[in-house]
Design a protein around this ligand. Structure first.
Ligand code: FES
Length: 96
């Protein structure tokens, strides 16, 4: 069972393989920052501190939004919690 860690909050969640990151935490009582929940606004962005290989590769919509955010924020390991599917352990930090 994959484990999602959020060091800034000292919270760790066991989630199901293939769950969308945002949904998996919301269902367990932790709401990440969000907006559209469809991959285009970027409000749900998180920095992946470890385990980026344990998120399924981004689709076209997520990839386009990520590329815009990378240029704007100068952060490399960005994913969108409303789109990224978890396949193994990851450590994340929401980006304000
Ligand atoms: S909430 Fe808008 S891109 Fe995820």
């Amino acid at each position: 069972m994959p484990r999602v860690s959020i060091p800034d909050t000292d919270k760790i969640f066991d989630v199901n393989t293939g769950e969308i990151l945002y949904d998996s935490l919301y269902d367990r009582g932790h709401e990440l920052p969000h907006g559209c929940l469809s991959g285009s606004c970027g409000a749900c962005r998180v920095e992946v501190l470890s385990g980026s290989e344990n998120l399924m590769p981004p689709g076209v919509i997520e990839q386009n939004t990520i590329e815009s955010l990378r240029m704007e924020l100068k952060v490399e390991n960005i994913r969108l919690s409303c789109r990224a599917k978890v396949t193994g352990d990851v450590t994340i930090r929401p980006i304000k």
